[in-house]
Design a protein around this ligand. Structure first.
Ligand SMILES: [Zn+2]
Length: 167
């Protein structure tokens, strides 16, 4: 019976909190892209701005997205799904890394359940590292993070263990 469990997605990354300055430059670039696009967030109802960025495996291209709210609430699109939808519609379906930035005091903002399933769709059988950082509005877009800012290094299989998938 245990072999049935093995077929389910298992995290390939151990979650940890790492100072921004110790991250790979490509991850820093991805977090900065998420910070910058967060400024485009359309969030008149919640005033809660989120930015996200995913790096495609092909060309290492970065796709960014912000949350786009709606007066009717349910049509709202999250930042993560906006970024991925932009990428998919440009022909990119595989991703090496993702980033999410938002701000609430004393807590990392983690993707919602719908976005976890959405990201998981494009992971296939390979985990995708996800980096989560706090976005402070007073920082400059040219230097949105300090080297000692904490970054949660997790992955989609950590965020959504034993997830639903059919292929
Ligand atoms: Zn979401």
């Amino acid at each position: 019976m245990a072999h049935l469990l093995k077929g389910l997605a298992q995290p390939e990354i151990t979650e940890s909190v790492i100072p921004y300055g110790k991250l790979d430059a490509t991850v820093q670039e991805l977090l900065c892209a998420a910070y910058v696009v967060r400024q485009c967030a359309y969030a008149p109802y919640s005033n809660f701005k989120v930015g996200s960025a995913f790096r495609a495996k092909i060309n290492n291209q970065i796709f960014t997205g912000c949350n786009v709210e709606n007066a009717a609430f349910t049509p709202t699109a999250c930042a993560e799904r906006t970024a991925l939808t932009k990428a998919i519609s440009e022909g990119y379906q595989q991703f090496s890394t993702g980033a999410v930035v938002a701000y609430k005091p004393e807590v990392f903002i983690s993707p919602c359940g719908v976005c976890r399933q959405f990201i998981r769709e494009f992971a296939g059988n390979t985990d995708i590292p996800i980096y989560i950082a706090q976005a402070l509005d007073e920082r400059s877009p040219e230097e949105p993070f300090n080297s000692d800012d904490p970054v949660l290094c997790t992955s989609i299989f950590n965020l959504l263990p034993k997830s639903f998938h059919t292929y």
